[in-house]
Write a protein that binds this ligand. Structure first.
Ligand SMILES: Cc1cc2nc3c(=O)[nH]c(=O)nc-3n(C[C@H](O)[C@H](O)[C@H](O)COP(=O)(O)OP(=O)(O)OC[C@H]3O[C@@H](n4cnc5c(N)ncnc54)[C@H](O)[C@@H]3O)c2cc1C
Length: 546
C-alpha cells in the first residue's frame, strides 16, 4: 500500500493546494467514483473514517455476515478484466471474501495513494466566493475542493438501543457494525443477541453453533426465507464468467437490479394448486426470488400479501418444534416482504436447540443493562457477551452526522427537517457541486448496480461541466419539487410504506426518527435510469449551471 500523503490539507495560514474533488467514504461507491474521476484527470482525495477500504464489508465483521445478493451479480461490472480475474467461491459470499475482493480492486486500480484513512469528516461548508467546499476532519485538518461527493453509505451509521445502563455492563459487548478485527469466541459463554433483523438473523444462526447458551431478545419477528447458499464449482464458475454480459444485462432490466424480478402474473390469476407450487418453488430456490421474483402484486394487494404470508407462516410452523415458540416467530404486525426480508440458513431450526432460548420482549421488556447482564421485567438475565444487532440510522443517518452547510450557511439537517428533498437523489438545491452517491431518493435494490450507474452519471456531469468551464451546478427548486413529488407518488399503494421500518425512516433508537418520511425511491431502477438519462441528454436543463 502506498504511503498516504496529505496534499490539499489546509493547515493554519497555509494556502490551499487545490483538489478538484473530495470524496467522503471508501466503500463500493467511493472506490468506483475515485477510479472514474482519476480517469478524467481530476485531483481527488478520498476521506475515510475507517482504517481500510470496503465500507459495509470493512465494518460488519460479525459472525455470519454475508451477501443476500448473488455474489456474481454484486461485484463491479465495469472492468471485464476484473470480472475474469476474480472468482467468487460461494453463490452468496461471506464478508471476509468481499473485503478481500474490495482490497483486490484497490490494488488492481492503484487506488491507495488517493485514499486517506482515519479521517472522519465532521463538517463540509460551501464557499460561494470560491465556488468550493471546505471540509474539516475530526482532528481539525481541513481540505478544499470544487466538488464534494458523499459516498457515506445508506447503512453506515450504527445505532445502539436506548436502554439505561448500557455502559455499566462488565462483560464483552459489541455492535455488529463495530465488530473487532480479532475473532470472538462463544463456546461456554452465555450470549445475548438483541435484534432480529437481517443482521441479527445472520448472527444468531452462527453464534448458536458454539455458544454455551444463547438468549435471543426479540422485540418483533421478521419474515425470513431460506438463502440456500452453496459453493460455486468449477463448471458453474466457468459458466458465470462466460455469461457476465448476460447477467448484468438481466440486472439492468429487472425492477430492483437483482437477477430476480416480479412474475407478471397476479397471485389470484392462477389456481390455488399452481399458486402453492410456485411458492414452494421460490422457497426452495436460492436468494431473494421469493421476495423479488414473486407474483407481481404481493407487495401491493392485501389479499395477495396475505396468501404469501400464510405460506411462509406454515413453513415456520413446520420448522419449529414447539408450536407456541413458532407463533412467536411469526410476524403479526406486517405482511411478508413489507420490511426487508432476512435470508437465513437453518435460522428457525436454531430454536429447536437446547442451548437457545427466545426472549419475547413484548411480554417481558428490557428494564436496563446491568453489570452482570440484562434486567428484564420478569427476571434478570446473566450473560457474558451482549451483541447489539440493532442496525443503523438508515439513509439519512450518515448525513445527519456531518455538519453540511450550503449557500448562506444553510444546514442540510435543517433543510431535510421534514424529510429529504433531492433532485434524482443526487443533488440538493442550495448545496451546489455536492453530489450524493446512494443518498436518499435514489434507486437502491442490488446496490452495486445502482452505484455504478450513479457514479457514471455524476462523472459525466462533472466532465460536461469541465469541458464547458462551468464551476457551479445547483438544481432548480422546481426540479427538486418535481422529483420529490415523483418519489412520493412512486411509494403510493405500496404496503411497505404503511409499515414502520428503516425504509420509511423510522428508528425507535434515534431521537426525532419516530415519524415516517419518504427517504427511499420505490419505483423501478430502469425508470430511474431513464429519467436520469433524459436529464443528461437534454443538457441538464434542471440544473442551474454557471
Ligand atoms: C450487513 C450488510 C449486508 C449487506 N448486504 C447487501 C447485499 O447482499 N446486497 C446489496 O445490494 N447490499 C447489501 N448491503 C448494503 C451495502 O451497504 C451496499 O451494498 C454497499 O456496500 C454500499 O456501499 P457504499 O460505498 O455506498 O457505502 P458503505 O459501504 O456504507 O461505505 C460508506 C463509507 O463511508 C464512510 N463514512 C461515512 N461517514 C463518514 C464520515 N463522516 N467521514 C469519513 N468517512 C465516512 C464509512 O466509514 C464507510 O466506509 C448490506 C449492508 C449491510 C450493512
Amino acid at each position: 500500500m502506498a504511503a498516504v500523503h496529505d496534499a490539499g490539507s489546509l493547515g493554519p495560514g497555509t494556502p490551499a493546494q487545490a483538489l478538484d474533488a473530495i470524496l467522503i467514504g471508501a466503500g463500493m461507491s467511493g472506490l468506483y467514483m475515485l477510479y472514474r474521476l482519476r480517469q478524467q484527470g481530476l485531483r481527488v482525495r478520498v476521506l475515510e473514517a475507517g482504517t481500510g477500504v470496503g465500507g459495509t464489508w470493512y465494518w460488519n465483521r460479525y459472525p455470519g455476515a454475508r451477501f443476500d445478493s448473488e455474489s456474481y451479480s454484486y461485484g463491479y461490472s465495469f472492468s471485464p478484466e476484473l470480472l475474469q480475474e476474480w472468482s467468487w467461491s460461494e453463490h452468496f459470499a461471506a464478508q471476509p471474501e468481499t473485503l478481500r475482493y474490495l482490497n483486490y480492486v484497490a490494488d488492481k486500480f492503484e487506488l491507495w495513494p488517493d485514499i486517506q484513512f482515519r479521517s472522519r469528516v465532521t463538517s463540509a461548508h460551501y464557499q460561494e466566493a470560491t465556488r468550493s467546499w471546505d471540509v474539516t476532519l475530526h482532528d481539525g485538518r481541513r481540505y478544499r475542493a470544487s466538488f464534494l461527493i458523499t459516498a457515506i453509505g445508506l447503512l453506515s451509521a450504527p445505532t445502539l438501543p436506548r436502554i439505561d445502563g448500557l455502559q455499566s455492563f462488565r462483560g464483552q459487548s459489541f455492535h455488529t457494525a463495530h465488530w473487532p478485527h480479532d475473532p470472538v469466541h462463544f463456546s461456554h459463554k452465555r450470549v445475548a443477541v438483541l435484534g432480529t433483523g437481517a443482521t441479527g438473523v445472520q448472527t444468531i444462526q452462527e453464534v448458536a453453533k458454539t455458544a454455551g447458551h444463547l438468549s435471543v431478545l426479540q422485540r418483533r419477528p421478521n419474515w425470513c426465507a431460506p438463502l440456500h447458499n452453496s459453493k460455486i464449482d468449477a463448471a458453474t464458475q466457468a459458466r458465470i464468467k462466460a455469461t457476465y454480459p448476460e447477467i448484468f444485462a438481466r440486472c439492468r432490466a429487472t425492477f430492483a437490479c437483482f437477477i430476480h424480478t416480479p412474475d407478471p402474473r397476479g397471485t389470484f390469476e392462477v389456481t390455488p394448486a399452481e399458486r402453492e407450487a410456485f411458492f414452494e418453488k421460490l422457497y426452495a430456490e436460492p436468494g431473494f426470488g421469493i421476495w423479488q421474483g414473486n407474483f407481481r402484486d404481493i407487495l401491493t394487494d392485501r389479499a395477495a400479501n396475505a396468501a404469501i404470508s400464510d405460506f411462509v407462516a406454515r413453513k415456520i410452523r413446520a420448522r419449529v418444534r414447539d408450536p407456541r415458540l413458532a407463533e412467536k416467530l411469526i410476524p403479526q404486525d406486517h405482511g411478508f416482504g413489507t420490511r426487508r426480508v432476512p435470508l437465513e440458513t437453518f435460522y428457525y431450526e436454531v430454536y429447536n436447540q437446547p442451548n437457545v432460548e427466545l426472549v419475547d420482549l413484548r411480554q417481558s421488556p428490557i428494564e436496563r443493562v446491568t453489570p452482570d447482564g440484562i434486567k428484564l421485567r420478569d427476571r434478570a438475565l446473566a450473560v457474558d457477551i451482549i451483541i447489539y444487532a440493532t442496525g443503523f440510522d438508515a439513509i439519512t443517518g450518515s448525513f445527519d452526522r456531518i455538519d453540511i452547510r450550503g449557500r448562506h450557511g444553510q444546514a442540510l439537517r435543517q433543510k431535510w427537517g421534514n424529510g429529504p428533498q433531492t433532485f434524482l437523489g443526487v443533488q440538493v438545491e442550495g448545496f451546489p457541486n455536492m453530489f450524493m452517491l446512494m443518498g436518499p431518493h435514489t434507486a437502491l435494490g442490488n446496490i452495486p448496480r445502482s452505484i455504478e450507474y450513479n457514479v457514471e452519471w455524476v462523472a459525466n456531469l462533472i466532465g460536461y461541466m469541465r469541458q464547458r468551464r462551468l464551476s457551479r451546478a445547483d438544481p432548480l427548486p422546481e426540479a427538486v419539487a418535481a422529483w420529490t413529488a415523483y418519489v412520493k407518488d412512486m411509494g403510493e399503494g405500496l404496503l411497505s410504506n404503511e409499515i414502520d421500518s428503516w425504509m420509511t425512516g423510522i428508528n425507535s433508537n434515534v431521537e426525532g426518527k419516530q415519524w415516517r418520511i419518504i427517504a427511499r425511491y420505490s419505483g423501478s431502477a430502469p425508470a430511474y435510469r431513464q429519467r436520469c438519462d433524459e436529464v443528461a441528454a437534454t443538457g441538464y436543463r434542471e440544473l442551474a449551471l454557471s
